[in-house]
Write a protein that binds this ligand. Structure first.
Ligand SMILES: Cc1ncc(COP(=O)(O)O)c(C=O)c1O
Length: 392
């Protein structure tokens, strides 16, 4: 379906096309000098010592968990209100995800007090996720973690260049993990980045993204010696030059596009203020968020499916962020997760709707979406109350 107002749009122009053509003309396609330039520029933008480009945000999360030694028998605390990859990366290492609730109906980042309650002698790490580009309460989380010597990993898939207390997100914990998936603030199709200040974490990630080899393909291509050793179990988690070239151009646009997102989010907030049936969370965010998505919370009385259906009928695309991970069949069956474990997460999981938000969205389109939502909330409420009257 061609949406009249799509959820996300890519801000690509001739600069991205030219960058890709340059790579094709240079005739070296896998990880090489363009990837190195992307890493250096990303590290500089964040003010972090090391940036390691990888094939996806999921790969970055997996490498981060491995780098800090997460393994079989360990528990790792993680929010459930996230994309499933955040928790899957823990399972790849043979560890068990332990889900923590979010803070409140207004702050959908993971709750530091619930994290504290879930810490056990087996807790090997805490993975936080900066939901929607809104910073978690890092001071409280790092305090709880450091008192017990537990490393923290930041899933920054929604949060490139978001800041808190003057520091970029991704630089607070042992590692920060970014995704450059097609709908992200920095989009290349498929790609990711692991950042760290600790050289050992970065070195581990560099080696392990390339089969655990003692030299990478470009080093061997440039050097006289084709031999290498394999010093640990590795994966093929390399980024390639085409995606790195797209990443460099997109990185150059990121500040501007994040500012556009902030303006659109502010417009949504102003228009939704006082609207019956729907509220925007994060009225008082910490730090400087980067507004990856525009989530709204529908009142319990509003039928979400009917509301989304009404928007879709008008060509307005919506989504849900997220169905809580602990309620997916695999997680229920394998880890015995049940409904009722995380009340706030589950309430949000039932009543959240994500509205369109991207740097190319116009002010008129935002008004259009809010008008349609207002109508849909009223309609969905009426239909539900009529249905309940009919049902007795
Ligand atoms: C919160 C979150 N974590 C992790 C990922 C995984 O990133 P990728 O799709 O690049 O593997 C995504 C994105 O898709 C995400 O939104």
């Amino acid at each position: 379906m061609a949406w009249r107002v799509p959820l996300a749009e890519i801000d690509f122009d001739e600069a991205e096309s030219r960058a890709v053509l340059d790579v094709l003309e240079r005739r070296w396609l896998t990880m090489g000098p363009v990837t190195e330039r992307f890493e250096a520029a990303f590290a500089e933008a964040l003010g972090v010592r090391h940036a390691v480009a990888v094939s996806s945000g999921t790969a970055a999360l997996h490498l981060a968990c491995l780098a800090i030694g997460v393994g079989p028998g360990d528990e790792v605390i993680v929010p459930s209100l996230t994309f499933v990859a955040t928790a899957n990366a823990i399972i790849y290492c043979g560890a068990t995800p332990v889900f923590a609730d979010v803070t409140s109906d207004a702050d959908w980042t993971v709750s530091p007090s619930d994290i504290e309650q879930k810490i056990t002698p087996r807790t090997a790490a805490i993975v936080v996720m900066h939901y929607g580009g809104y910073p978690c309460d890092m001071a409280a989380i790092l305090d709880a973690a450091s008192r017990r010597g537990i490393p923290v990993i930041e899933d920054c898939a929604h949060a490139p260049l978001a800041r808190l207390d003057g520091r970029a997100l991704g630089t607070f914990g042992a590692a920060g993990c970014f995704s450059f998936y097609t709908n992200k603030n920095l989009a290349v199709g498929e790609g990711g980045m692991l950042v760290a200040n600790d050289g050992a974490v970065a070195e581990f990630a560099r080696r392990t993204r390339c089969h655990g080899m003692s030299s990478d393909c470009y080093q061997r291509h440039c050097g006289a010696h084709p031999l290498y050793d394999v010093v640990g179990l590795g994966y093929n988690y390399r980024l390639d030059e085409i995606h790195a070239a797209l990443g460099l151009v997109q990185l150059g646009k990121l500040e501007r596009n994040n500012a556009r997102r902030a303006a659109i989010a502010a417009q949504y907030r102003a228009r939704l203020d006082g609207l019956e049936g729907a509220t925007m969370p994060f009225a008082q965010p910490r730090g400087e968020p980067v507004h990856h998505i525009a989530p709204v919370f529908l009142d319990e009385g509003v039928d979400r499916a009917a509301c989304m259906g009404a928007l879709h009928a008008q060509g307005i695309q919506t989504s849900v962020h997220y169905t809580p991970v602990h309620l997916f069949q695999y997680y229920r069956e394998r880890f015995g997760c049940t409904e009722g474990m995380l009340p706030t997460t589950e309430r949000i999981g039932r009543q959240e709707v994500t509205l369109p938000l991207h740097p190319l969205l116009t002010a008129d389109a935002v008004d259009d979406v809010v008008g349609a939502l207002a109508e849909a909330c009223g309609g969905a409420r009426r239909e539900r109350s009529e249905a309940s009257v009919i049902g007795g």
